[in-house]
Design a protein around this ligand. Sequence first.
Ligand SMILES: Cc1cc2nc3c(=O)[nH]c(=O)nc-3n(C[C@H](O)[C@H](O)[C@H](O)COP(=O)(O)OP(=O)(O)OC[C@H]3O[C@@H](n4cnc5c(N)ncnc54)[C@H](O)[C@@H]3O)c2cc1C
Length: 458
Amino acid sequence: MGVINGGVSFWWQQIGIPEPRESLDGDLDCDVCIVGGGFSGLWTAYILAALDPGLDVVVLEAEFVGFGASGRNGGWLSAELSGSKERYGRTHGREGVTALVAAMERAVDEVVEVCRVEGVDADVVKHGVLYVARSPAQLVRMREGLADDARWGIGDDQVELTADEIGERLRVEGALGATFSPHCARVHPAKLVSGVAAAVERRGVRILERTRAQRIDPGVVTTDRGRVRAPRILRCLEGYTAGIRGQRRTWLPMNSAMIVSEPLPDAVWDEIGWAGAELLGDHANAYCYAQRTADGRIALGGRGVPYRFASRTDADGQTQDWTVASLTGILHDMFPATRRARIDHAWCGVLGVPRDWCASVGFDPATGLGWAGGYVGSGLTTTHVAGRTLADLATGRESALTALPWVNRAVRRWEPEPLRWLGVRAMYGLYREADRRESRGLERPSRLARLGNTLTGR
Ligand SMILES: Cc1cc2nc3c(=O)[nH]c(=O)nc-3n(C[C@H](O)[C@H](O)[C@H](O)COP(=O)(O)OP(=O)(O)OC[C@H]3O[C@@H](n4cnc5c(N)ncnc54)[C@H](O)[C@@H]3O)c2cc1C
């Protein structure tokens, strides 16, 4: 059988696409309307319902809960910052950055704890994350990153591993060194998102599916099935934000794609090692990310076609054949023992990229409008911090979270087409060329990648 391509994601196909919930039927009034049923919207609803159980909270979702990136991702529940330390530091200094990192590290444990308390079985195992360097240039970049973190006073518990030390955990072809951080857990995205949605409903929140918001104005969300009037409206659409009237250039929908192998036989695992559930990434410019699934497969993701002209998104997670071939090439290159393994499934999804590549959470008490997103591919844990923060902001609470540097950040919009398409294409072209040169033995990180970053303001 060939590779299944799309079907939203392997994760959803594995547990089954859920029966649809009810849809909006005519007009409705509520206290808080959350637009988007991914982790941003669901965590916000979960915390709001805890802060004020009397609030009437409604979540609107165009397809089904977890249809977007939240049900398609690599399952890295990681403390990695979604945004640049320098940019956050510019407004809130070193203290602001360390506070944000600390909030992210705490959030990994908070999500694990919610799973325990709510009885969500999402294959969660917290064994940390390894980033391997597979060329001299990647090794230099890795050490520069460690030194930079040390200057900011973050990542104290990151360690550098030698090639031999990596091999004690798992054997990646050509690994010269790695960093290891304990702040990451492996999850099954679809199991987690459906479990969180069920917990949200138990707290009395209404989730309306197959209800697509078309425009958001103060006090009212206009959908294809009626209008929802609410004094507070929270936009949690991440990579789909461009679909709302007036938001086309707010965040660029960036693609990420994944493949998953068949369950690998013991003989293959004997060669690879990887007895734990560490997440695995590399230090390439167009980096990859991988997990060992609970049922003994390798799921691996990377960029593919980075961006579709005019902010279009995929149909049901279907990705291009060359992306499947390229990700399969990376899997075989890292783990030659998988060369004979079948690839069972491939899919893709979108994540939101702001013009300055930094996430934000905001709320304007004057209009009652709020938002969270722009996580640039590191959203699984960030959505939890964002949800807590947005719930505080929307209920008028001042807290340590509402003082974090990403709160109420003003960011300029992306350029009109064809400029943003040309910019992102050129950036990833330069990344790929930089990676090619680095893998051929360049001693230092290629300057081409930096040029790519300059082009798009990364
Ligand atoms: C392939 C892939 C791999 C990734 N891997 C990781 C990872 O391993 N770790 C990590 O931290 N992050 C990862 N990410 C990013 C992470 O998944 C996202 O940042 C996170 O899930 C965003 O959650 P969200 O709720 O903000 O957005 P989404 O999950 O995209 O939710 C938005 C929801 O809004 C709905 N919607 C769209 N339009 C409308 C509308 N008009 N009206 C109503 N509803 C609408 C969508 O159907 C969707 O369900 C990955 C992303 C992708 C695509």
